[in-house]
Design a protein around this ligand. Structure first.
Ligand code: ATP
Ligand code: MG
Length: 424
């Protein structure tokens, strides 16, 4: 990939890109921007210095394990994927295993998946650990013994991803017990438990007993800088440039979720290639928003339709939802009705007080509209949040496309545009 980009860079310098070069560059956008897959290569991984530092610190201590939790799509799997390259030990000495929990799994099935990926040598024969457990139960003690038997030069880093899919309480407890056991015995292995959750205790029942054995790393949404880096670094790698306003619009829409930075980056880069330009401009972002909408996850699309459906033409469901997406949020993505009122008044061009749309907010929490929002707190101080984080940027895209959110609102509500975040 690098060599193609190098040759494109020199072709660009002489202004000699051929039709085929443009097509190749267009295709390569899909290698750089990967909205559908977690990052696997260190040099495509941006930011997250704080989370990496915390994980590294823990892993330096023998017997340390970590639980990584956060909203859907914030970059949890990517972090654990590239961690093996940034951990202190050389990646060659790390035996990286990742399994994902699937519907109906229990402790034994998860451990069996891990054992299937652990191989040891007996003479010249490669033996899968799982073979000895075919049809047998697996206990936390078995895991401890088997890990103790592994060659100590290769440290296993074992990731149990999609942990929120595990519903069996007993299995969660067994995992906690197992980690406690491995930690107490100082076993040469590191477990990462990864899942969508607001708190660790929601994710891992009985984790209280693990205490110091387990680092808790919350994955917050990305900062403006990190979202800028994702798009900027990839375009620079491809020998391209980007207009400052275009980049800030991507930050505005992405809401700290790297999935959308990739989705917009991909389509904007391809739109620029279609124009045979090496500079991404605002018009490419406009094309990208339309393509991103068309490609968005089907359940997200349907969720929006279902939440805002009305037979009355003059209804304001979409406007209220747009105001929710633009409302001031706390660290957990929560917002209050007052903040919605401020945004809605701007969108409608006249003053809207809370009673004028509290019906809509309640409807958005109702299962009949797919519970797109969830409500917490008490009567005097309710707060709301989008149940699915990925819905928030989608609402912004959809409402921009429908002209409910205009350029005026984008400028008024977008993050403070600091020019020192990149060197354009
Ligand atoms: N640090 C990063 N740098 C660049 N891109 C990233 C980074 N982290 C995540 N991404 C991108 O963001 C998207 C979501 O990442 P990832 O799949 O790791 O998130 P997740 O939290 O594991 O999601 P889910 O909750 O759906 O499992 C992917 O397109 C991925 O390539
Ligand atoms: Mg993931």
């Amino acid at each position: 990939m690098a060599s193609l980009f190098d040759s494109l860079r020199s072709a660009r310098a002489t202004g000699s890109l051929t039709e085929e070069d443009w097509l190749a560059l267009r295709a390569d956008a899909e290698q750089l921007f990967t909205p559908g897959t977690a990052i696997k290569e260190q040099d495509l991984f941006d930011g997250r210095k704080e989370q990496i530092a915390r994980l590294s610190q823990r892993i330096r201590l023998a017997g340390s394990h970590a639980v990584i939790y956060g909203e859907r799509g914030v970059g949890k799997s990517s972090l654990v994927n590239v961690f093996r390259y940034v951990a202190d030990r050389s990646p060659n000495n790390v035996n990286y295993i990742r399994v994902a929990v699937t519907d109906g799994d229990n402790f034994r099935e998860i451990m069996f998946k891990i054992f299937k990926r652990l191989v040891y040598l007996e003479g010249d024969k490669r033996i899968r650990l799982a073979d000895a457990y075919e049809g047998k139960d697996i206990s936390p003690d078995d895991v401890l013994l088997e890990i103790g038997n592994l060659v100590s030069s290769a440290t296993p880093i074992i990731v149990i991803d999609e942990f929120d899919v595990l519903k069996d309480e007993k299995s969660k407890r067994l995992i906690s017990n197992m980690i406690k056991l491995l930690s107490d015995e100082g076993a040469n292995a590191t477990f990462f438990i990864v899942g969508v959750s607001e708190t660790v205790s929601d994710l891992l029942k009985g984790h209280e007993s693990i205490g110091r054995a387990m680092a808790e790393v919350e994955m917050p949404r990305m900062s403006d800088q990190e979202i800028i880096d994702i798009i900027w670094n990839r375009l620079v790698r491809a020998g391209m440039q980007v207009n400052t306003d275009a980049l800030w619009d991507c930050v505005f829409i992405s809401k700290g979720l790297p999935h959308y930075a990739h989705l917009l980056g991909l389509h904007a880069m391809q739109a620029a290639c279609d124009r045979q330009s090496l500079r991404v401009e605002m018009k490419d972002i406009q094309v990208a928003t339309v393509r991103a909408l068309a490609e968005a996850n089907q359940t997200i699309k349907e969720g929006f339709q279902n939440a805002t459906f009305s037979e009355r033409e003059d209804n304001i469901f979409k406007h209220v939802l747009a105001a929710c997406a633009l409302a001031q949020k706390d660290n957990l993505g929560k917002f209050n009705a007052k903040s919605v009122a401020a945004r809605l008044s701007e969108i409608m061009g006249e003053k809207y007080d809370v009673p004028a749309f509290s019906y809509h907010l309640n409807e958005f929490c109702d299962p009949s509209r797919g519970s797109i929002l969830e409500k917490s707190g008490d009567r005097r101080k309710f707060s709301f949040r989008f149940k699915k984080a990925l819905m928030e940027p989608y609402v912004i895209l959809e409402c921009m496309n429908r002209g409910i959110i205009t350029k005026k609102h984008v400028l008024a509500f977008s993050p403070k545009r600091q020019s020192d975040l990149f060197s354009n």
